[in-house]
Design a protein around this ligand. Structure first.
Ligand SMILES: Nc1ncnc2c1ncn2[C@@H]1O[C@H](COP(=O)(O)OS(=O)(=O)O)[C@@H](OP(=O)(O)O)[C@H]1O
Ligand SMILES: [Mg+2]
Ligand SMILES: [Mg+2]
Ligand SMILES: [Mg+2]
Length: 457
């Protein structure tokens, strides 16, 4: 904010009051190397000692805006504050979405009904996927104005708009309105009256951006790991903001992420030894949080699910860091549960060749990114079958969160993932490798090169 521009101790030069009184423009060089030029009208001296800091700030802000109406408020913010409003809204929207998903998943587990549908590509879609997309789209449009909001997201309205899908649409509308009715508990203003069918469909349709290399767009995977979601297992709600091709914000809701990381692979073990393991009572086991990070902040955060977190030990946001483990023998690598989504045999060979000895942690969804960012695993690898094109919404939020928590995310050629080329990660070299540190990362990249030609990928 202007506050940090004027009084931040890291200014390389403080403006003097005489400069401010007489000058028509001046500049600051911030630690983030942003250079700001403002026109200041001569009649106000915002640095006068008789004024409080807040008054100085608002004087200066209104003077600047008066003299430079072309400036948007964002120009007045320092690099660190630049996305604070977007960050705040995005975290609240994901919090609400997590609450929505928990309710739908609970309903799914207790009864089987039309909540789950198959898409044309045989992948799954549920009431939660559409409802989260509609809810987050509505919140972003309300918060920033629908003409300013551009969203790339996974779901569309095709199946929902069919005449035979009336019940499905009714369920989505009901789920969206139930969620939005709780908006004030999350610090968000809800609609004055419940949304009707057309408004819900419009909110889903609004997510029709195709991304690109310039300007801003949001990237949303309303339910990532839908298979995990319908199996009562791990899933994530993933929202990111991309500006000029770079991910600048990431928010990842992980409603089932357990506080005890051993439970991460619970279902895998549950299916393997189905009668020997007592499943945790979903009401009682401690789980669920939202991770978030802003580009360049060097910090990633974890906050409990709201409004009433059961996690007594996690009442407020706290920073998260990647693991310090560099020894492959001590490292855990995670990968998709389904062989169809990533070659388990190839990653097993890679893991073995670099000296990873632990069993892979197979978890649904971007929770794998969360596991690396939180230090619960050191490596994430995904090698999809040849011809499959990774979508940006499956990776945007997770990538920035790992990076800001101190980790590395690249393709198998060591290049950063490219979010600037439409809905796909175009040009992705072979697969995705995320690591807690550069040493592990280099070893895996070398191992991929050594074994790629003999792989069947
Ligand atoms: N064939 C194929 N290969 C690779 N990836 C695919 C494939 N098909 C789908 N997807 C995308 O994978 C997303 C789920 O990834 P996961 O890591 O959760 O996979 S797994 O369910 O644990 O196996 C999944 O995300 P959601 O649809 O949001 O669940 C898909 O976008
Ligand atoms: Mg899907
Ligand atoms: Mg996904
Ligand atoms: Mg999805």
């Amino acid at each position: 904010m202007v506050n940090s521009l004027l009084f931040h101790p890291t200014f390389s030069s403080q403006p003097s009051s005489s400069t401010l009184e007489q000058t028509t423009h001046f500049s600051f060089n911030l630690k983030h190397k942003s250079l700001f030029f403002f026109l200041i009208p001569p009649r106000i001296n915002p640095t006068s000692s008789s004024l409080s800091n807040n008054t100085k700030i608002s004087c200066l802000r209104s003077s600047i805006m008066e003299t430079n109406p072309q400036l948007t408020p964002l120009v007045l913010e320092s690099a660190e504050d630049k996305y604070s409003n977007e960050f705040d809204v995005a975290v609240k929207a994901v919090q609400m979405a997590c609450s929505l998903c928990q309710r739908v998943q609970q309903g799914l587990i207790s009864k089987t009904n039309s909540i789950v549908q198959s898409k044309d590509d045989n992948s799954l879609v549920t009431i939660a996927d559409w409802s989260v997309q509609a809810t987050i789209s509505w919140i972003l449009s309300e918060s920033f104005g629908s003409t300013n909001v551009s969203i790339v997201a996974e779901e569309d309205v095709e199946a929902l708009s069919k005449p035979e899908a009336t019940d499905l649409l009714d369920s989505v509308v009901q789920t969206v309105n139930q969620c939005l009715a709780e908006a004030p508990q999350f610090g968000i203003k809800g609609p004055l009256t419940p949304l009707n069918k057309e408004e819900v469909l419009d909110a889903i349709r609004q997510c029709n951006s195709i991304g690109g290399s310039s300007g801003r767009f949001w990237v949303l995977d309303p339910v990532d790991g839908t298979l995990g979601f319908v199996r009562g297992d791990q899933y994530a709600v993933a929202l990111a903001l991309v500006e000029d091709g770079e991910v600048v914000l990431g928010v990842l809701g992980c409603p089932n992420y357990p506080l005890r990381k051993e439970w991460l692979s619970y279902h895998q073990r549950y299916y393997r030894i189905i009668s020997k393991l007592t499943p945790p009572n979903s009401e009682s086991w401690d789980k669920g949080f939202v991770l978030c990070a802003k580009k360049g902040s060097g910090k990633a955060w974890m906050e409990p699910l709201l409004p009433q977190s059961k996690l007594v030990c996690l009442k407020s946001p706290r920073p998260i860091y990647v693991s310090h483990i560099e020894d492959p023998a001590m490292a855990t690598f995670c990968e998709p549960v389904e062989r169809a989504n990533s070659s388990h045999s190839f990653t097993a060979g890679l893991a073995h060749s670099v000296g990873v000895r632990k069993e892979p942690l197979r978890v649904y969804s971007m929770v794998k990114y969360a596991a690396v960012a939180r230090g619960d695993a050191e490596i994430f690898m995904k090698f999809a079958r040849s011809g499959y094109k990774e979508k940006i919404w499956d990776h945007a939020a997770g990538t920035i969160i790992i990076q800001e928590a101190g980790g590395v995310v690249t393709d198998a050629g060591g290049q950063p993932l490219d979010f600037s080329n439409g809905i796909y990660l175009e040009g992705l070299d072979r697969g995705i490798i995320a690591c807690a540190g550069v040493h592990l990362h280099e070893r895996i990249i070398r191992a991929v090169d050594a074994s790629w030609d003999s792989s069947c990928l």
